[in-house]
Structure formats: structure tokens, C-alpha cells
Design a binder for this molecule. Sequence first.
Ligand code: SAM
Length: 472
Amino acid sequence: MYQPNALRAEDFIDHGEIMDTLAYAEKHKADLSLLSEILAKAAHRKGLDHREAAVLLLCEDLQVNEQINQLAHQIKLDFYGNRIVIFAPLYLSNYCINGCTYCPYHAKNKHIPRKKLTQEELIREVTALQDQGHKRLAIEAGEDLIHNPISYILECIDTIYHIHHKNGAIRRVNVNIAATTEEEYHMLKEAGIGTYILFQETYHKESYEKLHPTGPKHDYAYHTEAMDRAMAGGIDDVGLGVLFGLENYPYELVGLLMHAEHLEAVHGVGPHTISIPRIKRADDIDPEDFDNGIDDDVFAKICAIIRIAVPYTGMIISTRESKSVRERLLPLGISQISGGSRTSVGGYDTPEPEVESSAQFDVSDQRSLDEVVRWLMELGHIPSFCTACYRAGRTGDRFMAFCKSGQIQNFCHPNALITLQEYLEDYAAPETKRIGQALIQQQIQDIPNENTRAKTKQFLRDITAGARDFRF
Ligand code: SAM
């Protein structure tokens, strides 16, 4: 019997339950009365369980699919407004002892240049990122106890938080490193990280083991139970993700939502974010070698369903996706995107010629951060460099309670405007600045609380006069 609060990976990601769910969804995918019941539940912002989401996923009715999109868009606006949080990945090291068959960092790849940033190189990378305008990073590293032990990761986090170039500062470091022990998660928590991100890659145990034939990552249970250890270690915010293309997508979506249900059942708080990467071409990796690739239509549908199934969970799309795909997905519920990204070790300070690249995968959206910021604003979104919640202790269940109380518009909205103003003052091209300032003037009216509105106006004046780092 499937129990979301079970503690063993194979019990909370119960293969039998996933197969039953998919059979149930197949049987009911054209049942219009059930579909409208599910949509009505989603419209009440109650989220959906994995079975309900699976029925929507398999449904081919055009009208229902249109309703899913509209609902996803409306829920995105209700919970996240028109804000899009901006971050950049920072690759610390591509040494790796795992054998992931889709990743060019796999241990058997002897020709990719292996690199690990020294602290001096890290300072140059972070300075280059600050000079673009970034305030929030996701650090990435391969798994290698000799080259990238936890002491190295902690040293890097400490270095990053201490770099202040001109008006620059990295105010939130999210961490995407391999599954580790509760003790090491506790160390990351103590180092002041934001979200701990770990992609499951695939929830299908048998495929997982084939796709990770060697190295510590081969252990499905250890990987799948990592978020429980992270939370036991004190990390409040965890980010899930599936690498779409490895296994069939209905299986993955159901597994992903079951994982979210498990975290909620055991820890009282679901995932802070969900990422939806798709496999990309990379050094010795050809996405065509994987049979489960999904097209843009399916990808958009997955995005919309995640949005309505877990309304309080942020959703991330990286520069793996092109400008046009990102443009299509943004209104369907994305709340965070990366911009101006490099996926090579040292790539911000010294962009590499492609032939010698140490990059993890090809970046489809190669625009600069400034171009991304401007594009977002032209589409009516507010690019946000805000990092306030976790610095104010609004993490985990406190963040969720805050979200549910509807206070976001009095906190996140002004914080987005203030941090955008900092960006415009310090880093924007003249045209970006012009568009941004007009947008801020217009958006300031949407702050519901009068005092907060007045205070925001004061902060904006202070920023123009040279002060920095205000937040609600
Ligand atoms: N080594 C860590 C781990 O095992 O989780 C860090 C993760 S890695 C630096 C970040 C993510 O990139 C992986 O979890 C994987 O999903 C994704 N990735 C790897 N190869 C990829 C490829 N060819 N295309 C797109 N994403 C890829």
C-alpha cells in the first residue's frame, strides 16, 4: 500500500503506484466530468495529487488543455505576480567520479579538460558575475571526494559571500552538489546556503541504475532519499528536478509529484522549487541517443501541470532552453530563470573557445544578462534580483505560510522593484534603464499597502542617491 510518508525511496516512489496511476490516467483521460472536477479543484488553488495530475497530462482534449494553460497562467499571477527571479549557475569543478551516461563530466570522459577553480579564480568568476549584475548564484560541482570535498565547497561559499566588487554582492548561494550525508547538509546550512538543489534525473529505479552505471550516484535509494537527509540536516528549502528525456515523461511527472507529496507528508513542507531541464548536446553526449526526448508542446504541458499541481513551489527554467521556448513557458508558471549563463568552469572570467570547452552542456539562450532583463520587461515581467526571504528567515514552512497568507504582494513585489532599481543604476545599458524605470513607476502603484508603497518610493530615491541593499 503506497504511503507518501514512508521513509524508503522505493516505498515513497512506489513503482506499483506509478504504474497504477498511469493505467488510471489512461482509462480516464477522456472522462470529461472527472476532468472538469480536477480542473475545479485546481482552480481553488488546492493543488493536485499525482493521480489527478496524470489524468490531465494524458488528456488530449483541446479545450481542457487550453483550460490547463489558462489556469496555470492565472495561478502564476496570483502567487508570483509578474515577477521573475534571476540567477546564474557557477561551475566550481567538473572533476567527477560518477558514470552518468548523459553528462560529459562522467569519469570515463578522458578528453574533456578537467578544472577546479582556485579561490583566486573563484574571486575572478564572482567579480565577473557581480559586474553583470547577479545577486543570486547556484553553485555546481561534480562528485569527487578528493577534488571537491565538502571543505572545498564550504570554502567557496565563504569566499563568494565575502566578495564585494563595486556595488556588487552575492546575497544568496544555492547549491547543486551530489547527494551527501546529513552531517554535510548541516554544514551547508551553517554556511548560509539558500536552496539545496538535487535533480533526481529519473524516478524509474531500473533506468536510473542503467543511466548511472558506476560511482556513488549509482545508489538509487541514497540519491532519492537525499532531500530527507538535507531536511533532517536543517536545510529548509530544497529544489527537485527531473532531467526530461531519460525516461518516459508521464512516469517522471508522477514520480516528481509523489516526491513533493512525500516531503510535505514527512517534513510538513513541499519542495521550494522544481526544475525542468531537458537533455542537451554536450561534449560526448548526443541527446538523440536517448529515446525519451519530449517536444516543446509536451514540455509546455508539463510546465503548466506542475504549476497547477504545486502552486506554492517555484519553477525554474535554465538557459538550456532557447529564448523562444522560455518565452512560451514563462506565462505557464515559471518563477525563476538563469541569464547570461556559462556552464564551463571559469567561463565567466574567461569565456572558452568551444573546442576546448569544459562546459557541462550547450547553452541555447546565449544572450547577456542585460538582454534577458530587457526582454523580460518588454514582455511585461519584472526581473527580480530579490534575496530577501531567506535573509529574513522566511524559509521552509514559514515561506509557505507567508505565500498562503497573500502577503507576497506587499513584500515580494516591492522587493523586486527595489532590486531591479539597483540593477538599473549599477549595470543596465541606457535603453534597459529607460524601460526599467518606466516599468517601476508603473508597477509601484500595485503595492497594496500604502505605507509599504511610500517606503518603497523612499528606498528607490535612496538607491538613486547611492545607498544599497534595502528589503522588506
Ligand atoms: N554532480 C551533481 C549531481 O550529481 O547532482 C551536480 C549536478 S550537475 C552539475 C547539474 C545537473 O545538470 C545534473 O543534475 C543533470 O540533471 C544536468 N545535466 C547533466 N548533463 C546534462 C546534459 N547533457 N544536458 C542537460 N542537463 C544535463
